[in-house]
Design a binder for this molecule. Structure first.
Ligand SMILES: [Zn+2]
Length: 279
């Protein structure tokens, strides 16, 4: 009898300890991973209000110092770029890229330098609409129409190392490395081998697309395409991943948790804005 009581008390103590631990260290990472890998469309993890939440709007966030960029714009044949779109570009030596991707690209190419003592080059990044039309007419790119190419945004970079470009990029150690770690730097393989049925574009191991952290990590860890990822967010729910939060809403009604700084806003090109914050 005494033994049974001891076992029961240990069990109860264990349950209490677990509950307290969960309260103090909520397993957000685990939640986002496990649910993504099952049926993410219907079960995207939803905030359990670990933080107090408040409604705000685009103007207020910008007034309070939030950074606005285009990093999470979904660009495809169903969501071409708006006619008046003009990206904020930086010159990397006759190659222009979207300014929000600059630091991430520098970090990624530095990593290639450190790991392989080799240089990562950009074959093509930002292109004007006229240049894009010319490329499509020459049959050198898969895109339904010129205005659905990510290259117009400067967020997509076609990268290579000497002697290894295009599909051949994967024959180099550097190419394999870029494909396996670019998500740690804020980039995704935009047209992955597993997503052809969704992107409608064949695998392009050389075309990396900046989306920023932690989005690139979530997309890669869950084998998603950008299409699936953006559509997974239920408007005005807050999602937590590591020390980040993500929410998606309309410009005049954005839900964010209190106490987060480093807020970045990007339109998603489907009528919503995606807010990312860090603490
Ligand atoms: Zn490309």
């Amino acid at each position: 009898m005494k033994k049974i009581l001891t076992v029961i008390s240990i069990f109860i103590i264990f349950i209490f300890a677990f509950l307290i631990f969960e309260k103090v260290f909520p397993s957000e990472v685990y939640v986002i991973k496990s649910i993504f890998s099952s049926n993410h469309k219907n079960n995207f993890p939803v905030s359990e209000s670990y933080y107090e939440e408040k409604y705000t709007n685009l103007n207020e966030l910008i007034k309070n110092g939030a950074e606005i960029n285009n990093s999470l714009m979904l660009i495809n044949s169903e969501h071409p770029l708006p006619k008046d779109y003009s990206p904020d570009l930086v010159d990397l030596g006759d190659i222009y890229i979207n300014s929000c991707a600059e630091q991430a690209y520098k970090n990624l190419s530095q990593e290639i330098k450190n790991s392989f003592n080799n240089s990562l080059y950009i074959m093509s990044a930002f292109r004007t609409l006229d240049e894009q039309i010319e490329i499509l007419e020459s049959g050198n790119e898969y895109a339904a129409s010129a205005d659905s190419s990510e290259h117009l945004s400067g967020l997509a970079l076609d990268v290579y190392v000497k002697h290894y470009a295009g599909m051949g990029f994967l024959d180099s150690e550097e190419g394999q490395f870029v494909n396996s770690i670019c998500h740690d730097y804020g980039f995704i393989i935009r047209y992955p081998y597993y997503g052809e049925h969704i992107t409608k574009i064949p695998y392009e191991p050389w075309h990396i697309r900046y989306v920023g952290l932690p989005h690139s990590k979530i997309i890669a860890e869950n084998n998603l395409t950008l299409e699936e990822y953006i559509e997974s967010f239920i408007p005005n729910k807050i999602y937590y991943y590591e020390n980040y939060f993500i929410s998606r809403g309309k410009a005049d009604s954005l839900l964010i948790p209190k106490g987060f700084s480093d807020i970045t806003i990007s339109p998603d090109n489907t009528g919503y804005y995606i807010i990312t914050g860090k603490h």
